[in-house]
Write a protein that binds this ligand. Structure first.
Ligand SMILES: Cc1cc2nc3c(=O)[nH]c(=O)nc-3n(C[C@H](O)[C@H](O)[C@H](O)COP(=O)(O)O)c2cc1C
Length: 531
């Protein structure tokens, strides 16, 4: 006799992940498609015109993009041929204006779009930088993000008072301490209730609720307090884009959103797995980070039109310009190598991922210099998806499934035509499939960028719960703790007692090594008022 059939509850099916879009731009001509500025339809030569940026902001808002990511470097690309000539001739990220000042402009015509702005921490003191970010977080009503970079161009260091840039791993060590300082300024210096604006009592700020941070580290000494009152997010959403082993460790510790660039599923999947692993090692959930892969979309209403468009774009790629870009990214002067030479990996003091993505990151593929230049010529170091809107949606979803990405950091070939095609053709197709956020309605209140990305909360806690931090205790000792929720440390009434009580959960001396994150190494009671 057969066993009675038992009713089973079917396992709940997880809803399919939405596809996220981020727009990759820079306050310059061309950006990631060297040579394309010469195309008659490209508008990027208008980068000095405020309307150029206002139009882009309105377009991305209409398309429901998570954010616009504004890249930046502080030097010229002079590795190729040992001079800036090629960069100047081909407009390879020069001329280049400041990205930060675009933000209030673009924020003034949008309510939801986030801003991931690149600022190199290497050349600026954390105290003044923290104020600039707080100001922008106020002015955008909580939509600012910071792409944390340490730079990769020696030309930047030489112009900013250093003989050469710091060595690769040292830059990340510096960055860890920098983050330590700015977290303290943003999260711990002002309690939530510090600003009273009490006209009848004549008290604007309660001094008992504003604290020094007394940071004394290897590179920085910052007594505090922070100059700004708490902004909607306090800490801007933290973006990062390094995949070397040191870069991954840094990202695992700090990043909430990560950008990766790789030419194939194999390379990108390797990056994604490594980065999620690094988040786990830092005591966070691997899904606490959103990872966006670089990509270019070439689309049109029909497949034939899209293919023709792609052929037309390819005709404007300039190989010498592409090599100028690649040389700057990698620190290798590719003008000295024939186009048919194969690329091997070597450690340089520039960024390491760019070279690795055409060599060691995929051992099954050997790239020649010419192939790599042609590849990055259209859309930089990511794949190019070509087809009608349905074909594009299929490709995006297939990449998401195969790599574990959360979304795409979209480059353009033609400004702003490429993004307009995405917004008008691809976004509606993804929405039809339930794979894209719905259009914002008038009822959708403005949300902070962090809330919009992670679905809850405005503060760092939304993604940093679970991480381990080292606290210096008042008696000079150190204690490694797991943060249950950053709200217990960050601001508010709880902050005054958090150091001794709420935050000291799960002491874990095993991980108390010098490399442990030292997020809140406070050696002062948080209740201490400003002297
Ligand atoms: C998509 C993407 C965008 C980047 N944007 C910038 C940037 O705007 N400015 C900058 O100095 N570095 C930028 N970088 C470089 C990274 O900050 C980092 O230096 C690089 O990825 C190498 O890191 P790694 O050696 O740890 O792999 C970017 C990297 C990627 C992948």
């Amino acid at each position: 006799m057969s066993a009675p059939i038992q009713a089973t509850t079917p396992a709940p099916i997880a809803p399919a992940k939405i596809v996220r879009f981020n727009a990759f731009a820079m306050n310059t001509v061309g950006h990631q498609s060297p040579g394309l500025w010469t195309h008659e339809r490209d508008q990027s030569h208008r980068y000095t015109d405020p309307d150029y940026w206002l139009d882009l902001a309105r377009l991305l808002e209409r398309g429901g993009f998570d954010s616009v990511f504004l890249a930046d470097v502080l030097g010229v690309y002079d590795v190729h041929g040992g001079s800036p000539d090629a960069a100047l001739r081909h407009a390879i990220q020069v001329p280049l204006n400041d990205p930060l000042v675009l933000v209030p402009l673009m924020a003034s015509v949008t309510r939801h779009l986030g801003f991931g702005v690149t600022c190199a921490l290497t050349y600026e003191q954390p105290y003044s930088f923290a104020r600039r970010m707080s100001t922008l977080d106020h002015l955008t009503r909580g939509r600012i993000g910071w792409n944390i970079v340490t730079g990769y161009l020696d030309s930047a260091a030489r112009n900013l008072g250093q003989p050469a840039q710091l060595a690769h791993d040292e830059r990340y060590d510096l960055a860890d301490e920098y983050l330590d300082v700015v977290y303290k300024l943003w999260e711990l210096s002002w309690e939530d209730g510090a600003v009273r604006r009490d006209k009848s009592a004549g008290v604007f700020t309660d001094p008992a609720k504003v604290h020094p941070i007394r940071h004394q580290g290897e590179h920085y000494r910052v007594p505090g307090p922070h100059l700004c009152e708490p902004s909607p997010q306090r800490t801007p959403v933290l973006f990062q884009a390094g995949t070397s082993s040191r870069g991954r460790a840094f990202a695992g510790r700090h990043a909430e959103c990560i950008f990766v660039s790789g030419p194939s599923v194999a390379v990108v999947k390797g990056y994604v797995d490594g980065l999620r692993g690094a988040a786990r090692e830092a005591g966070r959930s691997p899904d606490d980070v959103l990872i966006y892969g670089q990509a270019l979309i070439v689309t049109a209403p029909t497949r034939e039109e899209a293919l023709a468009k792609h052929e037309d774009l390819k005709r404007h790629v300039d190989i010498d310009a592409a090599l100028t870009l690649l040389s700057g990214w990698t620190g290798v002067d590719f003008s000295r190598h024939p186009l048919d030479a194969t690329i091997d990996y070597l450690d340089t003091q520039a960024g390491r991922s760019a070279l690795a993505s055409f060599s060691s990151a995929d051992p099954t593929r050997r790239w020649t210099v010419g192939e790599a230049a042609a590849f990055i010529g259209l859309g930089g170091r990511g794949p190019v998806f070509i087809g009608d809107p349905a074909e594009i949606a299929d490709q995006l979803i297939a990449w998401l499934d195969a790599t574990g990405l959360d979304g795409f950091n979209l480059t353009y070939a033609l400004a702003h035509e490429t993004f307009r095609d995405v917004v008008d053709l691809v976004v509606p197709e993804l929405r039809r499939r339930g794979r894209y956020r719905e259009a914002a309605t008038a009822d959708d209140g403005p949300r902070t960028l962090r809330h919009r990305l992670f679905g809850e909360g405005d503060g760092l806690k939304a993604t940093h719960a679970g991480r381990r931090v080292t606290l210096s205790t008042p008696d000079g000792g150190a204690e490694v703790v797991t943060v249950a929720a950053l709200s217990t440390v960050a601001g508010g009434a709880a902050a005054s007692t958090a150091v001794e009580t709420a935050v000291l959960l799960d002491p874990d001396p095993a991980s108390a090594s010098p490399s442990s994150p030292t997020l809140f190494s406070l050696s002062i009671p948080l209740t201490e008022p400003v002297a």
